[in-house]
Design a protein around this ligand. Structure first.
Ligand SMILES: Nc1nc2c(ncn2[C@@H]2O[C@H](COP(=O)(O)OP(=O)(O)OP(=O)(O)O)[C@@H](O)[C@H]2O)c(=O)[nH]1
Ligand SMILES: C[C@H](OP(=O)(O)O)C(=O)O
Length: 196
């Protein structure tokens, strides 16, 4: 029962083609394209353990068992990708998760989705509280505002902060090399030559 209740959320994850993704993540000796792909797949596979997952991408290598893929003809920006994904799912219990959380623990997403039942629009900031990693809508519109300084803009748009702990892995997005700390998913660890 508990598992069924969790999976009644649908999570849209937009993912740029790996060739273009994670452009700020140059690490000497590491294949950036492989790293970008691994980061996205670790995020997707963790999310798929606790929710229905719809990935929007134009990259055929971004796929995993049990997920649905909305094929983008070409990357046209995050807003268009999110809109394409949201258009394919029912208008209740839906969320958008960014695809750059390679240390995501499924339980942390499950906890946030449980908290999201208490508010119409919920959101989780990244550790620096500049960006946003997850937005949720219990029902109705989901007015995303991803992009630079998105946390401030999501709050202004009426999203309420979901009270996840400060140490939640949902808050640990990876944009720069110094963000690659702590436990990481198996694919990202393998590309970096670390033990997961
Ligand atoms: N499908 C799709 N996803 C996108 C697009 N633009 C951004 N994203 C995704 O949205 C999330 C946040 O994107 P960004 O921070 O802009 O890009 P990034 O690849 O993570 O990192 P940078 O290249 O360093 O900016 C990531 O999951 C991206 O893959 C797009 O045009 N199409
Ligand atoms: C898109 C952006 O994410 P970042 O560039 O930090 O991945 C955001 O937080 O809205």
């Amino acid at each position: 029962m508990r598992d069924r209740r969790r999976r009644d959320w649908t999570v849209v994850i937009p993912v740029k083609p790996a060739e273009l993704g994670k452009s700020r993540l140059e690490i000497p000796g590491v294949d950036r394209v492989a790293l970008a792909r691994a980061i996205a797949l670790d995020t997707i596979e963790a999310a798929a353990q606790v929710a229905r997952v719809v990935v929007v991408t134009s990259d055929p290598t971004i796929d995993a068992p049990g997920i649905e893929v909305v094929v983008e003809p070409a990357p046209r920006g995050i807003a268009t990708a999110v809109a394409d994904g949201l258009a394919t799912i029912p208008r209740d219990r839906r969320a958008v998760l960014l695809g750059d959380l390679p240390g995501l623990q499924p339980e942390d997403l499950a906890q946030a989705l449980e908290l999201a039942r208490e508010t119409r629009l919920g959101a989780v900031p990244d550790e620096e509280r500049h960006g946003t990693t997850l937005i949720t809508a219990r029902e109705g519109d989901l007015p995303e505002a991803f992009g630079p300084d998105s946390w401030r803009r999501h709050l202004a748009a009426g999203f309420l902060e979901l009270p996840v702990p400060s140490w939640s892995t949902l808050r640990r997005d990876v944009d720069r090399a110094d963000h690659l700390v702590g436990a990481l998913g198996p694919r990202t660890s393998a590309v970096l030559g670390r033990v997961s």
